[in-house]
Each structure stands twice: as C-alpha cells, then as structure tokens.
Design a protein around this ligand. Structure first.
Ligand code: SAJ
Length: 409
C-alpha cells in the first residue's frame, strides 16, 4: 500500500489519535471514529481530548491539510485500524474485556471489500486476532481473511509523553494471519515508520507485546519485593539497588507505591489468562505489585503512630511521573486505604490540577506523602512547607526528594 490510502481508524485514544495524525501527515486520507461523541466533536474542531506532547500542533496540521476528518461511524476504506481499549475486569485473577474489540470488528465488517486490510493495534490476549476478530469480520462481511481481505495484529510500544517520536522511530512487530496480510500491513506502516519492521504471525505478535510489558512488571515486582526485604532488614533499598546495578549485567528497576497505567498492570493478566497453569511467577508478580499501595499506607500509619484523625497531603494522582493519565493509578488506592483508616487526605497533583499550592495544603498537616515523582515536585521547598505542618514528616515512595534539605527542615 505504498501510494496514499484511505484509512479508517476506530478508537481515537492515546494510541488511535496519534496514529491517525501520523498517517494523515504521512499523506494518507484518514477518517477517525470513536464511540465517544465528545472525541469525534473535538476532532471535527481540530482539538484533542487527551494531552500528549506535540499532539495539538500535529493534529491541527493534519485537520488543516484536509487529510484527517471525524466521522460518526466507521466508513469504507482501504485499511481499518482498530485501536480500542482492552481493559481487564475482576478482582484477584483478572480477565480480558474484549467487548470494545468485538464491537469495533462488528462495525467494520459490513464495510469490508476484497483487498481491504484490517489491523488490530489493541494489546490483546494471544489468539484474539485469529479467534475473536477474524470470525467476526468473516461473518459480518461474507469474505475470508487472508483469501479476500488482509488481517494483521500490529501492537505499539510507544511511551506516553514520547508517542510522536516513538511511533516513527521504534521498531515494529507485525503479525499477519498469513504472509500477504503481514506484508500489506508493513506497506502501510512503511509510510511513516523509520524503525525496523519485523513480520511474523498474529499470535506471535500478540505474545511479543505481552512479553515486553510482563517482563517489566515482573522486574518491578522483584524490586518491590527487595524493598520489603530491605525494610525488614533495616537496609536502604535505594542504595542497595544502586550498588547492585553497578554490576555490568544487572539492572534492577525502581520500587514504588504500586504499578499503574493500563498497560504494565494489565497485560500480564492476558498471559495468565491464556496459560494459567504455566504462569505462577507472572501471577505472583501482579500480586506483589498490587500489594504495594497497602504497604505504603501501613508505612504511613507506622510513621505517624496511627492514622485516625491524622492529616496527610498526598502528592501525585497520575499513574506515573509527568503524564496526565490517572487510569489505574496506585495513588488512588493508597489514598483510599488512608481514608478508610480514618486519615483525612488532601490531594495535590501538579500535572492534573494546580489551583492549590502544596504550601497551603500543608497547613497543620501531619505528613507529606510523595506518590508520583512529577518533575515539578523537585522544586518543593521544605523550608516553607515544614513550619506549616503540625508534624514534620515526609514519606517519599519514589526516592525522589533530595534528602539533605528535607532532613534539615
Ligand atoms: N514503575 C515502577 N518502577 C519502575 C518503573 C515503572 O514502579 O522502575 C511503575 C510506574 O510508576 C507506573 C508503571 O510502573 O505506575 C508503568 O510505568 P512504565 O514506565 O512501565 O510506563 P508505561 O506503562 O507508560 O509504558 C509501558 C512501556 N513498556 C515497556 O517499557 C516495556 C511502553 O513502551 C509501552 O508502550 C506501554 O507500557 C504500553 O502502552 O504498553
């Protein structure tokens, strides 16, 4: 598909919208659809409802060029990209919710014509493209995947905050239901991807994506478990990790108050769900990471000598530093534990709300609890915050605040 094509992008979230913009600015004619009408209206006005570095200007450029438009339902196209959410639900062992994927496939199926290409970009359990999307598309179109239309899975690995850079420069893995499907998808991505593109089958591509994020989740769990061990032994885990990482082939990740976001905290469950008998380590790692918010609340309780009636200022509600995404944020769970134990918690987040100053929230507070290492928090001045507080206690779950000035205050 080297010449410009008509592309219909279904799902205009953190991945779909930047992908639609990059495709339009690469010369394709892109029509974007999202189940949320507010997203469609914003796109029609050349605006985004999400925040991402460079998105506003790149989106305005794409809309102004006439190559990116909004639609109230999917439209016929040469290629369809499904970039809809794939959350998990349930309590302990979570299961994939594929409703948005099947809804998107059902909406696209009647529009399919021979020679069309359908790409599932959503991170999905292994087998979703072959066993969920393929039958829905074939049933709804009367066409056969592979023989009549092309079908591939192309996961993304972009880092929020760097999406426009990584969409172009990251290597991509493309998995087709047959080689022709993988090649057709490669031709489309070749119009903007400068990284290397690797072709494989759909299920391998699905598993590759899950392996990338599961690897990270398991390694974060290991560092979180070391944090619990170090605390038990009276060792500074941050110092120990820094020293261990001096080994040329050791790279321990950072402990934290839990693992948030709709990727690292979610994707491992897709692997557990696909092979529960073979994934005790992956499941246990999820449990370790999901146990950190309660551990942080216990740490604050221990430090304050109890939580009832105490005033805590929580800094950071997004799932990680310098992003505005609060989905699956561990901070929310920490705050919930503290409140349930009788503490009153004032919440501040320098990225998602900045109408109140930390100094004001610190008035008569017993504890300052840093949960997210937003860059801006490095500028907090303990000299002005300390005197406001009833007790001068700070709990830093990210080893982020510089120790000397805070200890001095
Ligand atoms: N975290 C730690 N300790 C660490 C690193 C992260 O506690 O050492 C926590 C963060 O605070 C956050 C969570 O883990 O709550 C996830 O953070 P992240 O840095 O992994 O960032 P994500 O989820 O935005 O991006 C990941 C990336 N995947 C990998 O690095 C393998 C990104 O490339 C993926 O595209 C993205 O997931 C995704 O969308 O799948």
């Amino acid at each position: 598909m080297s010449p410009p094509a008509r592309v219909c992008v279904v799902g205009l979230g953190y991945i779909g919208l930047p992908t639609a913009v990059v495709l339009a600015n690469a010369g394709h004619h892109v029509v974007g659809f999202d189940a949320n009408p507010a997203v469609e209206r914003a796109l029609a006005d050349g605006r985004a409802v999400i925040r991402e570095h460079l998105l506003d200007e790149r989106l305005a450029q794409a809309v102004a060029s006439g190559r990116l438009e909004a639609a109230s339902s999917p439209v016929p196209a040469d290629a369809f990209i499904l970039a809809v959410p794939t959350p998990v639900h349930g309590l302990a062992h979570k299961r994939a919710e594929l409703r948005h994927v099947t809804d998107a496939a059902e909406a696209v199926a009647p529009l399919l014509r021979p020679g069309n290409l359908v790409i599932l970009e959503s991170t999905s359990p292994p087998g979703t493209t072959e066993r969920v999307v393929r039958p829905v598309l074939e049933r709804g179109s009367g066409l056969r995947a592979g023989a009549d239309f092309r079908l591939a899975h192309c996961p993304e690995r972009v880092l929020p905050g760097r999406i426009f850079h990584e969409l172009v420069h990251n290597d991509r893995v493309i998995g087709g239901v047959d080689p022709a499907s993988a090649e057709a998808a490669r031709d489309l991505y070749a119009s903007f991807v400068q990284g290397q593109v690797f072709l494989t089958d759909a299920t391998t591509a699905e598993l590759v994506k899950l392996m990338e994020n599961t690897h990270r989740d398991v390694n974060i769990a290991l560092s979180n478990e070391f944090a619990l061990v170090a605390q038990h032994l009276g060792v500074n885990v941050w110092e120990a990790i820094q020293l261990a990482n001096r080994h040329p082939r050791v790279n321990l990740l950072q402990p934290g108050p839990g693992v948030g976001g709709h990727c690292i905290a979610v994707d491992p469950w897709f692997v557990v769900g696909a092979a529960p008998r073979f994934t005790p380590l992956i499941a246990a790692s999820r449990m370790v990471n999901d146990g950190m918010p309660l551990h942080v609340a216990d740490l604050v309780a221990e430090t304050l000598g109890g939580l009832d009636g105490k005033r805590v200022v929580a800094l950071g509600v997004t799932y990680k530093a310098d992003v505005d995404d609060t989905r699956e944020s561990p901070s929310a769970e920490v705050i919930e534990h503290l409140r349930r134990a009788g503490a009153s918690v004032m919440v501040h987040d320098t990225v998602v709300q900045s109408d109140v100053a930390v100094e004001d929230l610190a008035l008569d507070a017993d504890c300052l609890l840093l949960l997210v290492d937003h860059r801006a928090y490095a500028r907090l001045d303990p000299g002005t915050i300390g005197p406001q507080m009833r007790h001068r206690i700070a709990v830093d779950t990210r080893n982020f605040l510089s120790l000397a000035p805070w200890l001095a205050a």
